[in-house]
Design a protein around this ligand. Structure first.
Ligand code: NAD
Length: 494
């Protein structure tokens, strides 16, 4: 249905005004067929400045920041409700925008609604504190909104990652400029329209798609932008951190990963096999938390790998519109080439192929950017294929001999985003879970997510935490207030 839109250029949201950008034209393609889903023109740098100035104006004059928390919350509850009312068309649109299977885009839309609901509640229940006084004054710690904040997002889970930033930022009283990924601009435009319909004042939200190195860079450097919340690749995150250092601007950076999944000898095989498959191959591996490095106890390695490879080869790769599809296409032809390059590099370095390593064959796959679930073994944890993030359906597998060697290898990575442990021994799970260096550890499960639980990475996987009840504080400045209670003038001046 949406593919018929391709003849009209789609307006973008510049400070609440829906109009064509004055920048270059780009198209979003359906990764399953390569067809054009929508065409739009990116903003020019003048459009970017205008959107940010309008956001600043809206922040200062629209009254949003001055609303009582329960009043802002009421609008955000309404956003959640509208997302739920339009869940199916939104999920279908996201499927077209990034090619994820419909079963998954439905979950992402539901998660976006839940995120708005959660941060509405966080907003209306956030407490400011009366701190213990240590003099003749009363002391308080309160929070203020920051002004204009930027949300820069990747293409892999658009509406969910945008909601994760926009909901707490608006709840805190800020204006938000969203910079969606070039390949997936559609959901941010939908989300901004829904927010406005629910009662967020015009200008409080802009959507500025386009090239990251041009539009994202200009947003990050703009003096009126007071915080950047970024999700994307580590090198982009480091670049943003440099700009932020020059501006003395806080940033949160949700970056890449090469997460270790550890299967101990006593693991429940069915659970572990299913968990490992889901951890790496769901979302076609285009997931920051993909469990892409597998360590299996040596005594279990052969039977486990037999079972895992057979099941991986039988995964249903195909049409994202089919409810039974487990793996859709990759985001772009170029991204598939990059994954093919990594697999060739691994094989060149001595890895052996257990399954996959090629494009699936057949009429269904001719036009889309499909790649088969791939497992490589015969590798060392220090090999490039085990150290670099591939961001696709490629798993590297290694046996381990003891807990010490396991932890040494699992922690030997520049990334430290997530880890998984499969064992029936809860004491070992606790010990390994505490010793493994990662922002999130799953024990006998994997890739489960809750908006109520803070999320983020260590080392090259990021800085700061999103989600959680206190996630709203990322978008606020903390202020101390002292109320003098002294009946006498301050003594010093006497
Ligand atoms: P990317 O870094 O190329 O782009 C992310 C966003 O940043 C896009 O909107 C892009 O246009 C923008 N951007 C690019 N250059 C910029 C610049 N110089 N200044 C400002 N903005 C710029 O990443 P990607 O390829 O879209 O996404 C894949 C990466 O995202 C992977 O590394 C993945 O692990 C990571 N990711 C992390 C999380 C997490 O929560 N930790 C979640 C999803 C994806």
């Amino acid at each position: 249905m949406l593919i018929t839109e391709r003849n009209d250029l789609l307006p973008i949201n510049i400070g609440g005004e829906m109009r064509l950008g004055a920048g270059s034209e780009s198209s979003t393609l359906y990764p399953a067929t390569g067809e054009v889903v929508a065409r739009l023109r990116a903003p020019s740098l003048e459009d970017v400045n205008e959107a940010i100035e309008r956001a600043d104006h809206a922040f200062r004059t629209s009254g949003w920041a001055q609303k009582k928390p329960h009043e802002r919350a009421a609008v955000l509850y309404r956003v959640a409700q509208i997302i739920r009312e339009r869940a199916e068309p939104l999920a279908q649109r996201q499927r077209l925008d990034n090619g994820k299977p419909i079963s998954e885009t439905r979950n992402l839309v539901a998660s976006a609604a839940g995120t708005f609901q959660f941060f509405a509640a966080a907003c209306e229940t956030l407490e400011e504190t009366l701190t213990p006084a240590r003099g003749d004054y009363m002391t308080m710690s309160v929070y203020e909104p920051m002004g204009v904040v930027a949300a820069i997002t990747p293409w892999n889970s658009p509406i969910a990652s945008e909601a994760q930033k926009v909901a707490p930022a608006l709840a805190a009283g800020n204006a938000v400029v969203i910079k969606p990924a070039e390949a997936t601009p559609l959901m941010a435009l939908e989300l901004a329209a829904i927010c406005e319909e629910a009662g967020v004042p015009k200008g409080m939200l802009s959507v500025l798609p386009g090239r990251g190195s041009v539009i994202g860079d200009a947003i990050t450097k703009h003096p009126l932008v007071k915080r950047v919340s970024f999700t994307g690749g580590t090198s982009t995150g480091k670049h943003i951190a440099h700009i932020a250092a020059d501006k003395m601007m806080p940033v949160s950076l949700e970056l890449g990963g090469k997460s270790a999944t550890m299967v101990l000898a006593d693991a429940d095989l069915d659970h572990a096999v299913n968990g490992v498959l889901f951890g790496i191959f769901s979302s076609s591996g285009e997931s920051c938390i993909a469990g892409s490095r597998l360590f299996v106890a040596r005594e279990l390695y052969a039977p486990f790998m037999d079972r895992l490879s057979q099941r991986a080869a039988a995964l249903r790769v195909g049409d994202p519109a089919d409810e039974r599809t487990q793996m859709g296409p990759l985001i772009t032809a170029k991204h598939r080439e990059s994954i093919e390059g990594y697999v060739a590099m691994g094989l060149g370095d001595g890895a052996t192929l257990r399954t996959g390593g090629k494009r699936p064959e057949g009429a269904l796959y001719e036009r889309g950017y499909y790649y088969s679930p791939t497992i490589l073994e015969g590798v060392q944890n220090t090999d490039a294929i085990c150290q670099q993030e591939i961001f696709g359906p490629v798993l590297v597998a290694m046996p381990f001999d003891n807990e010490e060697a396991l932890l040494e290898q699992a922690n030997n990575s520049v990334y430290a985003l997530a880890a998984g442990i499969w064992t029936k021994d809860y004491k070992r799970a606790w010990r390994i879970g505490r010793a493994v260096q990662a922002g999130t550890v799953w024990i006998n499960t994997y890739k489960q997510f809750s908006i109520s639980t803070p999320f983020g990475g260590w080392r090259d996987s990021g800085l700061g935490r999103e989600k959680g009840r206190l996630g709203i504080l990322q978008y606020m400045e903390q202020k101390a207030m002292y109320w003098g209670l002294n009946e006498q003038p301050l003594g010093w001046a006497n």
